[in-house]
Write a new protein. Sequence first.
Length: 257
Amino acid sequence: LQKGSSLVAPVHIVSEESADKTNLGFIHAFVAAISVIIVSELGDKTFFIAAIMAMRYNRLTVLAGAMLALGLMTCLSVLFGYATTVIPRVYTYYVSTALFAIFGIRMLREGLKMSPDEGQEELEEVQAEIKKKDEELQRTKLLNGPGDVESGPGTAIPQKKWLHFISPIFVQAFTLTFLAEWGDRSQLTTIVLAAREDPYGVAVGGTVGHCLCTGLAVIGGRMIAQKISVRTVTIIGGIVFLAFAFSALFISPDSGF
């Protein structure tokens, strides 16, 4: 009996250690993802898209369209990153660390070269792009007649609540955000993180980070877009990326997080 009891204890300890390790891996991935997304997205093109569209249209519709695009992009990026886990972890770990170091150095260089009012050019570019989409939308309204969903209270067709979320504005917010995010630094970062961290933690952290940035853009509108110093955010972002690269010197690739 004594021998049997001594065999049970180690199994219990191992299972607890495994659970703790899994929890730490998720938390580490979550914190890493939310950190890099915030420093990558504040003052980015997708941030300006949400901010400007929210000033012109229904905020909930803009937020829903932008978040669907960002959530879909985050999931796709995590899948791309997770697919690389077929390669031995030691290789993906150090390759991803090198990429973080490269991203960090590039962001620091870009930030130090920027002028304090950097970002206005990108803001104007987004405004011009949205204006062009608005003109296309107006032409579509004229062709479709007064029954268009967004044409106002004088429509002849009864409105349904769910139609509000699949309106041309929703489609425009989704399309502009998705295309702007494709190939963006935050997408590449999410792929790199998913290759070395817990994929569930990266997915949740990335989505929460996008929610915070996009929600801030929708609520604050142009005021926040103009107040944000893209230079400062870029420099902070470079420091965060370099910090993750530096931490790899103290964490073993097989440590689980």
